[in-house]
Design a protein around this ligand. Structure first.
Ligand SMILES: Nc1ncnc2c1ncn2[C@@H]1O[C@H](COP(=O)(O)OP(=O)(O)OP(=O)(O)O)[C@@H](O)[C@H]1O
Ligand SMILES: O=C(O)[C@@H](O)C(=O)CO
Length: 434
């Protein structure tokens, strides 16, 4: 296939199961030299037709923690539109910590996409070594810890209690699950292709891939270049553009991302309770006015809590950013969940933070938003009616600045996955826009 410089529609169509994951994926594609637009929610054909000079479209859904049949339907709808717009390669992005439950949604959505595309095999590559996620002998590590000892076992929505991905994915699918091992990958991309083909001969449709470093991701990208569908975290995406260029799927030009040109006040909203976000909230709370959401009051008297918060922000010094956080430690979360129900409290907080953010943007001219947590960011961008984002430069591994497309006034947004970023992430992000 030689579509190179005349290619006007995106070659690669991506479907991500949450909004910060989508941004992370887009960031890696941008670093590979692609021009990338992120669409928030299922795209319409018109939205894609209006995009020109784009190499990849990343669709950000919010399907990680919803019933599997709904996640499948939304993912299929997005696939259809991306395909009709001319994409020939597809990427299903989930979390580098494989966030899901025994019932899905990673296995069921991957199966549905495979069936729609008529493909018999795909890879599962959650590894993102630059962010400390590696896979060895099928086991997922976060830094030096196995997934189930990394803090992810305490996640409010999908506690991860099994690091063995071959075993865990097998619970989500009736298809055979296998492994391309570290040793196979070390032998190079042809060896991986042979191994994939042998596994396919044995009826293995879903292949978890060991990956301990970036060189192995590059090998894997070359081995997967002709696969219509790949699945994974964002690490593999860094290397796919180059692999596509080598086979003529993508023009040899690379593109540098623009920094958002947005004036206005900074707002940090954290709904993630991950270890990293908790540390970032603690650090930033010593540096700017900070509001810690009282979840019990929110559950009993939401409107009063909202007004109290808006009034408080109105009295803060307009020359500095404001931080609003619901983040809490595991014991506190467990207590709230037992009193109100896990999903009920999660959705109530998401809705509350979303409404607060919209009101602050509309009423107090906040324009530079730093949001922590995928579900939280998803709820907020939806409330702000943002349809699409242009991807800008990287703030830290996996998190770029982005700028809203088609919204007046435009907003600069940094959508941070819960576990990403150093302790000073919020400060660093806002300083980049000075
Ligand atoms: N104090 C709290 N008690 C219970 N649940 C909370 C609390 N604060 C936030 N939540 C909920 O926890 C969930 C956190 O998910 P979110 O995706 O935003 O963060 P994350 O999982 O750490 O990030 P990511 O998905 O990017 O890794 C949200 O649904 C949020 O509303
Ligand atoms: O892959 C990751 O870790 C992140 O992009 C993410 O999906 C967190 O929600």
């Amino acid at each position: 296939m030689q579509e190179t410089s005349s290619q006007r529609t995106a070659v690669l169509g991506c479907i991500a199961d949450d909004v910060t994951g989508a941004t992370d994926l887009a960031n890696n594609l941008v670093q590979g030299g692609m021009r990338v637009v992120q669409i928030l929610g299922t795209p319409t054909p018109e939205m894609l037709r209006d995009l020109s000079e784009v190499d990849a479209v990343v669709v950000a859904l919010k399907t990680r923690s919803i019933p599997a049949e709904d996640a499948i339907a939304m993912s299929r709808d997005s696939l259809k539109v991306l395909r009709e717009n001319g994409a020939t390669r597809f990427y299903f992005k989930y979390c580098s910590t494989f966030d899901s439950t025994d019932d899905g949604n990673i296995g069921p959505v991957a199966e549905a996409l495979m069936d729609t595309l008529g493909v018999h095999q795909t890879v599962f590559c959650p590894a993102f070594p630059r962010a400390g996620r590696t896979v060895y002998r099928g086991h997922l590590f976060v830094g030096d810890s196995l997934l189930n000892e990394s803090g992810m076992e305490n996640h409010p929505l999908n506690p991860m209690t099994d690091a063995n991905l071959v075993r865990f994915l097998s619970k989500q699918t009736s298809r055979r699950v296998g492994l391309v091992s570290y040793d196979d990958i070390e032998e190079g991309s042809s060896a991986v292709e042979h191994q994939l083909s042998d596994l396919q001969g044995d009826g293995v449709a879903m292949v978890v891939t060991d990956t301990c470093g970036d060189a192995q991701l590059a090998t894997l990208a070359s081995a997967c270049v002709s696969m219509p569908l790949v699945t994974g975290g964002s690490g593999l995406a860094h290397y796919l553009p180059d692999a596509y260029r080598k086979v003529g799927l993508l023009s040899s030009e690379t593109h540098a991302p623009p920094i958002p040109n947005v004036e206005g006040r900074g707002l940090i909203v954290a709904g993630s309770c991950s270890k990293a976000t908790n540390g970032q909230v603690e650090y930033m709370s010593g540096k700017c006015p900070t509001w810690s959401v009282d979840v019990s009051s929110l559950m009993s008297n939401r409107d009063a809590e909202l007004e109290r918060l808006i009034q408080w922000v109105g009295k803060t010094d307009a020359s500095v950013p404001v931080l609003i956080a619901s983040s809490a430690r595991p014991e506190k979360i467990a207590d709230l969940q037992s009193r109100f129900g896990a999903m009920e409290v999660a959705l109530a907080i998401e809705g509350f933070l979303a409404e607060v953010t919209r009101r602050l943007v509309e009423e107090l001219e906040f324009r530079r938003l730093v949001l922590a947590g995928g579900e939280t960011s998803g709820a907020i961008v939806r409330e702000l009616s943002i349809d699409a984002l242009r991807i800008g430069p990287e703030i830290c591994t996996g998190v770029p600045w982005t700028e809203s497309i088609g919204r007046q006034p435009s907003l600069a947004l940094a959508l941070k996955s819960g576990n990403f970023g150093d302790v000073d992430f919020f400060e660093t992000a806002l300083e980049m826009l000075r």
